[in-house]
Ligand binder design. Structure first.
Ligand SMILES: Nc1ncnc2c1ncn2[C@@H]1O[C@H](COP(=O)(O)OP(=O)(O)OP(=O)(O)O)[C@@H](O)[C@H]1O
Ligand SMILES: [Mg+2]
Length: 253
């Protein structure tokens, strides 16, 4: 039994269209405070779009219908900066191109209050502080290095609700442990986490999961069960879009 007090973020009948194309429809979801949630589903299911809608990114905010409630307040009209100020964060599937700040400065701008905190965040994300502190945060960083830097930024930002879009993509196996250690730290801080992932290894770190398909949530519940369902029955996708419209997407979580 969950109560409204347990919910940090609630979506009610959320939909979004892009270029006249419906991408998400009828999304009802509750994210419980302090838990690690996973969002799984095949390519093109709408997972990253869901994250963009919650973050209120440019081009999505205006196109979103339905209600997004965060900490009890309707936030649909708030821009991305205000949502970030209230503690919502998103680590991108494709890390943003940075603007060329030194990495140390970037982390200070993200919220680190001392050199020690900068170094700890770099170390925890798997970036050797002495090697990276003075480097420019730009496209000379490799894809994996940019992902790690983004994780370091998230850790110093101390968000209350963080979405990590494919945190393991482009990350070598040895470095995966840094992601899991960061997750453990986020849990200690009682941060609510949404992991968007295709990886069974990452999914194992989630407590709840949602299965998305064709712009809808088609199942939800215990992460292990949803993981099995996704692994066994979901590819090739049995949910024709017209079947999804008839799917019961309002099952209790
Ligand atoms: N601006 C847009 N115009 C038209 N279609 C779009 C637009 N943005 C996204 N889409 C489509 O919306 C669908 C959902 O995309 P989204 O990136 O959310 O999928 P995803 O579940 O994150 O997939 P992946 O696992 O590949 O990352 C895709 O079919 C995509 O092509
Ligand atoms: Mg995606």
């Amino acid at each position: 039994m969950t109560t409204d007090d347990d919910a940090i973020l609630v979506l009610e009948n959320v939909g979004v269209a892009r270029n006249g194309q419906p991408i998400l429809a009828g999304i009802d979801a509750t994210f419980q405070r302090g838990l690690v949630h996973a969002v799984v589903g095949p390519n093109g299911a709408g997972k990253s779009t869901l994250a963009a809608v919650i973050m209120g990114l440019e081009g999505y905010r205006e196109a979103t219908t339905g209600v997004i409630r965060y900490e009890g307040a309707v936030i649909g009209q708030l821009d991305v900066t205000e949502r970030a100020r209230r503690g919502i964060a998103l680590a991108w599937q494709e890390p943003a191109r940075f603007e060329g700040l030194r990495i140390g400065r970037l982390l200070e701008a993200s919220g680190a209050s001392s050199d020690d905190e900068v170094d700890a965040a770099l170390h925890d994300a798997g970036l050797e502080p002495d090697r990276y502190r003075q480097r420019a945060a730009d496209t000379t960083l490799s894809g994996g290095e940019r992902k790690k830097l983004e994780l370091a930024s998230i850790m110093v930002m101390r968000p209350r609700f963080v979405m990590l879009d494919e945190p393991d993509s482009g990350i070598d196996v040895a470095s995966l442990d840094h992601i899991f250690a960061a997750l453990a730290t986020l849990q200690e801080r009682e941060t609510t986490v949404v992991l968007i992932t295709h990886s069974p290894t990452v999914l194992r770190h989630a407590e709840r999961a949602m299965l998305m398909c064709c712009g809808a949530i088609v199942d939800r519940g215990d992460a292990e069960r949803i993981g099995r369902e996704f692994a066994s029955g979901c590819i090739p996708c049995p949910h024709h879009p017209r079947q999804v419209a008839r799917h019961d997407t309002r099952r209790a979580s």
